[in-house]
Write a protein that binds this ligand. Structure first.
Ligand code: PLP
Length: 386
């Protein structure tokens, strides 16, 4: 049996999405910037996709900028806003949280080498950024606040609306990395009142290598990719038409089927948590369970190395992840688990199980049965249990 429980790392492309993309690889292959009919047909598809995506997040068509994914959108939001608005306003302080994805953390660290002060907001033990913490950290030098909508390791949902309100009250812009949020949360940019928002298609059953930076009208980050006239000259590079079409279809389906999928996913996740709580001793569930995306369970198994457990599960056909996919293979403890106070010595025994729309209760039962066996065997071998 094979069970995939790593939907937070990536998702399979939905068949309907794949079918929507197919013609744009073969028949309608024109460059969307060409004036002839091949190009115009491709351009029309890109235009439709932009409209669909805008509608899904309650944005205007002209506020959607296609990028190569979440990492690029995050880099653009941080670097583009910092550079541009330091020049305009003289502000040189960026605030983010301690639990961001490396695409944000590394981008703000990069800016700190280029004349910016950076504050990493701590989170509470549930993994939530408290608005009063931002209120204390923000100054009249703050140009940008960037806090993720949902965390990739522990799935905690942040109070974006309140945080954006505080940023605006102090004359700062607000960006959110919504890469992990889009598959299960309705992200209405007007209601949340964010200035910028990043997301990536491969987390919601769309293709890899395509994403969006939403930029509110009137907000003007520096250009990111300099080149051709694509994306209203803000992001040059030949448009990846099939991917754009696929992302739009994936997002349309995600929003349409969200409630139903969330219910299935939550039932699978909760069944998993119920069973492991009852059947596996000495475990710890990391992060708030109240404010959390339905598909995430992050569990620390005491006295065990997460990597060994991951390999045992892999041998049983089960795919999950230790920490974020990007930091798998690194021996550093997860910065997210450190931020919520998981002791270093047990943090290495932490595994992220992420559930998706194809996960069944039978899958969960198989995983828990295998997990129990693997945990028992590894604990017997562990010097920590003696
Ligand atoms: N931000 C978050 C919260 C993520 O989880 C990820 C991917 O894991 C990214 C950004 C990067 O997105 P992409 O893989 O599209 O570059």
């Amino acid at each position: 049996m094979k069970v995939y429980l790593d939907y937070a790392a990536t998702t399979p492309v939905d068949d309907r999405v794949f079918e929507a993309m197919r013609p744009y690889y073969t028949d309608v292959f024109g460059n969307a910037n060409s004036v002839h009919s091949y190009g115009q047909e491709a351009a029309a598809a890109v235009d439709n996709a932009r409209r669909t995506i805008a509608e899904c997040i309650n944005a205007k068509r002209t506020e959607i900028y296609f990028t190569s994914g979440g990492t690029e959108a995050d880099n653009w939001a941080i670097k583009g806003m910092a550079v541009r608005y330091k020049a305009v306003t003289g502000r040189n302080h960026i605030i983010t949280s301690a639990i961001e994805h490396p695409a944000i953390i590394e981008s703000v660290k990069y800016m700190s080498k280029h004349g910016f002060d950076v504050t990493f907001l701590p989170v509470d033990e549930g993994g939530i950024v408290r608005p009063e913490v931002l209120e204390k950290a923000i100054t009249d030098k703050t140009v940008l606040v960037s806090v993720m909508a949902a965390n990739n390791e522990i799935g905690t949902i942040q109070p974006i609306k309140e945080l954006a309100k505080i940023a605006h009250a102090h004359g700062a812009f607000f960006h959110t990395d919504a890469v992990q949020a889009m598959s299960s949360m309705k992200m209405d940019v007007r209601d949340l009142d964010v200035d910028l928002m990043s997301f990536s298609a491969h987390k919601f059953y769309g293709p890899k290598g395509i994403g969006v930076l939403f930029v509110k009208s009137g907000v003007k980050p520096d250009k990111f990719m300099i080149g051709g006239h694509q994306e209203r000259t803000m992001r040059g590079g030949t448009t990846n038409v099939p991917a754009v079409v696929g992302m739009a279809e994936a997002l349309r389906l995600t929003v349409k089927e969200m409630d139903e999928n969330n219910a299935t996913i939550k039932a699978a996740r909760d069944h998993f948590l119920d069973r492991i709580r009852k059947e596996i001793p000495n475990i710890r569930i990391n992060g708030s369970l109240d404010s959390r995306v339905p598909g995430n369970a992050n569990v620390t198994f005491e006295y065990i190395e997460g990597e060994s457990l991951l390999l045992s599960l892999d041998l049983a056909g089960i795919a999950c992840s230790s920490g974020s996919a990007c930091s798998s293979g690194s021996l550093e403890p997860s910065h997210v688990l450190m931020a919520i106070g998981v002791p270093v010595e047990i943090s290495h025994g932490s595994i992220r199980f992420s559930f998706g729309k194809h996960t069944t209760l039978a899958d969960v039962d198989y995983v828990v049965d295998e997990l129990k066996k693997a945990v028992e065997r590894l604990r017997k071998m562990s010097p920590l249990t003696r």
